[in-house]
Design a binder for this molecule. Structure first.
Ligand code: ATP
Ligand code: MG
Length: 774
């Protein structure tokens, strides 16, 4: 790749340079934290564009969060300018949702399918478990959902699963029944859960090789960040993306390089990762994806990066020392040239409160030394640790934010409003309809709802269709009128669902149902706050349209459904960030506080029951340490309150893995603080207890707000004199390749009708459309 501009390679070390310029079928970049993996991936994309080896629409880059995707897009743009328009840089879920919406028909679904989040999934499972009376034998929605999720991540479908279990075991048979009902309820509701989004894309590609071929021809370069955290379904998906295209799926007039058989060779694949940072095993992430890459993709090239550009040597030494206690790993040693730097500061408080006070005091001194609060992060293992921190920060006037902690889209009133929008877009979604049936109160009680449901079951339709026929149910006139009115509001909104802006639809619904007004005028202060939240939602829909003028209601709903905790992190608002270690992945801060470094928290007590759990917790600790650029604080307390009880806390076993001379311990101002390293550290922690919900382990489940799909901005261009006629093949930056079916109009108003291979039929103004003739 001699054509790469030197500026793009400037300052890179030889291994990084090779990672940017290597050209071959598959490339694995394995390296420790902060060694430039993400940077290299970004420059690699820029290089492909700059040398014109790839057209933007031929690039598919997968990141772990929408925020990381947005950053990568910005970085590539700053390196190569507008030539970056039209790339797919997104999460697995966003990319798959785009594909599934386009191909919904092949899967026998409607394009408007709903995406169920964890809460929706549990609500549905709760209903099913109750229906079956399965709660009496100990099935919980949470238990069932994690088992279902695991199966989907392993690409085990319901039929294969049913064949594999012992149906004489009532518990197993019960689970199969729950899984079956859950699957068919999703189907009927025209809905997919999070795990389906990936799995269904894999199934789609496998069942329809011609559909798969569209994407295989389009995406010639597939790049994946944080590869160590991919699960089996994601791995299978990547394999599908880079599969060679068979000759019969190659259009006669393609300009692509064919292999000797007349097919198209598979796309090039670049993955970057660090097995030491694999922290999602509980969601099915499989570290073997990285350790067996060379076997999975023969003739692949492996590049190791060893220089760390993020942290000081002291921080790195601590990280290296800790992670070297994991067995079964390839030894690697990170080094840096920036020097030893400050020592790690350790602190033991006598309570979580005391610990929080220490954090606040240190932040104060960082601030008075001129540091920006944006460069400070406080990491916790579980969300329950944030409360004492918040209390002290509020008292000390330290502005803070908790990415993933605000849960705006999980608030009941927001879920209600969203359920209206979902029902408008997807009338098959019974779950959404049941949610709003009596919100605001319109006299439809459980008995009425049950009668409606029974009627729907009898005639075999979604609940929504019963609304208009309410007259046949023999209900009282008042409630009948209320039901019919609800149906009318939804129908009216539905008629404009594909054309109107989301915020007009929402405003109209809030006005006509009187929901906003009911909250506003209830006289209850909490309702007042709820009404304000609805107003905030209206503003967000408005904002969506500003950013994305063409965005439909479905686009809005998709964005909300796929928004994740880490996406809320906004670096520039002058506040410190409090986040879980899981959310911290891939990020970096000048100063990092690792709090609650205690037995039962880190390692978390749940981990003792999981195979490999203690090693995974150590990796989590390693991820935390390696986020710090200059200063690292490690703190713990000797007692900690949880669930209303105060328990004795012991220092984490991982603490003694850090060489003593790297840490300088500070004493608590009060009495009772003690310095780990003495006898206390060698005492065993309290016996591991179970009984905690699995929820505590993962970070907040992916949620809401939006990666607004990029508006087609178009480059400043003038194709005024491009000769185009029916039959020509063209390439569009956003829509990919397609065939011109007609050209109409004259001069500057010439319009091409194009049948795109993937994006379908579009009309383009030739003069300004970002197209090139093939
Ligand atoms: P993680 O494992 O945490 O995801 P990473 O390997 O992806 O880390 P990056 O985030 O790409 O590492 O890089 C870490 C830091 O080092 C960033 O601030 C990046 O800008 C900087 N960096 C990377 N390579 C170089 C280089 N050659 N010269 C100077 N700075 C660099
Ligand atoms: Mg990275």
């Amino acid at each position: 790749a001699g054509g790469i501009d030197n500026a793009l390679l400037d300052g890179l070390n030889p291994q990084q340079r090779e990672a940017v310029t290597y050209r071959g079928q598959s490339l694995l970049i394995v390296a420790g934290a902060g060694s430039g993996k993400t940077s290299v991936l970004t420059r690699r994309i820029a290089g492909l564009l700059q040398t014109r080896e790839a057209w933007p629409s031929q690039i598919l880059a997968i990141t772990f969060t929408n925020k990381a995707a947005a950053e990568m897009r910005e970085r590539v743009k700053s390196l190569v300018g507008d030539a970056a328009e039209g790339m797919w840089i997104s999460t697995f879920h966003s990319a798959c949702t785009r594909i599934l919406r386009r191909q919904a028909e092949s899967m026998g679904m409607k394009q408007s399918f709903t995406i169920y989040d964890t809460a929706d999934q549990r609500a549905l499972l709760k209903r099913i478990i109750k229906e079956l009376g399965a709660d009496t034998v100990g099935f919980t929605p949470g238990g069932a959902s994690s088992r279902i999720s695991k199966l989907k991540n392993e690409l085990t479908d319901i039929d294969a699963f049913a064949r594999s279990v012992n149906m004489d075991d009532p518990k197993e048979a019960g689970f199969v029944e729950i899984f079956k009902r859950y699957t068919s309820a999703l189907r009927r509701a025209n809905a997919l859960d999070f795990d389906d989004i990936i799995a269904e894309t894999v199934y789609l590609f496998r069942a329809f090789p011609d559909v798969a071929a569209l994407y295989q021809r389009r995406f010639r370069h597939v790049l994946v960040d944080e590869y160590q955290d991919t699960n089996h379904a994601q791995y299978a998906l990547i394999r599908e993306f880079v599969r060679a295209v068979a000759p019969h799926n190659v259009p006669a007039d393609t300009r692509m390089q064919l292999d000797p058989s007349g097919g198209i060779p598979g796309a090039s694949l670049t993955v970057v990762g660090d097995s030491d940072q694999s922290i999602y095993a509980f969601r099915g992430a499989d570290i073997r994806n990285i350790t067996e890459f060379e076997r999975d993709f023969p003739n692949s090239k492996v590049i190791l990066l060893e220089q760390n550009y993020r942290s000081t040597q002291n921080i790195l030494d601590a990280a290296n020392a800790v992670i070297s206690n994991n067995f079964d790993r390839k030894a690697k040693n990170l080094f840096t040239v920036v020097g030893a730097g400050e020592k790690i500061i350790g602190f033991t408080g006598y309570s979580g409160h005391d610990e929080a006070q220490f954090v606040a005091d240190e932040i104060e001194s960082l601030r008075s030394a001129g540091g920006s609060l944006n460069d400070v992060a406080i990491f916790v293992r579980t969300n329950s640790q944030t409360r004492p921190l918040e209390e002290i920060f509020i008292r000390s006037a330290i502005p803070y934010r908790i990415p993933g902690g605000t849960k705006f889209y999980e608030r009941a009133e927001i879920k209600d409003a969203m359920a209206y929008l979902i029902q408008v877009a997807n009338p098959d979604d019974d779950l959404a309809l049941r949610r709003i049936m009596n919100v605001p109160k319109r006299g439809i009680g459980p008995a009425t709802e049950a009668a409606m449901q029974a009627h729907a079951n009898r005639i075999g339709t979604p609940l929504r269709e019963v609304l208009a026929d309410a007259g046949q149910l023999g209900l009282g006139p008042k409630v009948t009128a209320a039901i019919v009115e609800l149906g009318t509001i939804l129908d009216d909104a539905g008629r404009v669902a594909t054309t109107a802006a989301p915020h007009d639809i929402l405003t109209d619904i809030l006005n006509r149902t009187g929901y906003h007004k009911a909250l506003k005028s209830s006289g209850d202060a909490q309702d007042e706050a709820r009404a304000e939240n609805l107003e905030e939602l209206v503003s967000q829909t408005k904002e969506f349209t500003t950013v994305n003028p063409e965005g439909s209601l479905i686009d809005f709903l998709t964005g909300v459904a796929l928004f994740a905790a880490a996406d809320e992190i906004d670096d520039e608002d002058g506040s410190v960030s409090i986040m879980t270690l899981h959310t911290a992945k891939g990020l970096e801060y000048d100063a990092v506080f690792l709090t609650g470094v205690e037995e039962d928290l880190l390692p978390h007590r749940m981990s003792a029951n999981e195979p490999g759990g203690l090693q995974e917790e150590r990796r989590l600790f390693y991820v935390g340490i390696t986020r710090a650029r200059k200063r690292l604080y490690i703190s713990l307390a000797t007692s900690r309150a949880s669930f209303g009880e105060v328990n004795v806390a012991m220092p984490s076993r991982y603490l003694q893995e850090i060489p003593a001379d790297l840490i300088e311990w500070k004493q608590s101002g009060g009495s009772g603080g003690f310095r780990p390293g003495g006898r206390a550290l060698n005492a065993r922690g309290p016996a591991m207890r179970s009984g905690y919900s699995r929820d505590e382990l993962p970070p907040a489940p992916p949620r809401v707000k939006t990666e607004w799909t990029s508006a087609v901005t178009g480059l400043v261009r003038d194709n005024g004199d491009m000769t185009l006629e029916a039959g020509d093949r063209i390439r569009h930056t956003d829509f990919g390749e397609g065939r011109v079916t007609a050209v109409t109009g004259e001069g500057t108003k010439r319009v091409a009708e194009v049948q795109f291979d993937i994006a379908g039929r579009k009309r383009l103004l030739i003069k300004i459309a970002p197209i090139e003739k093939l």
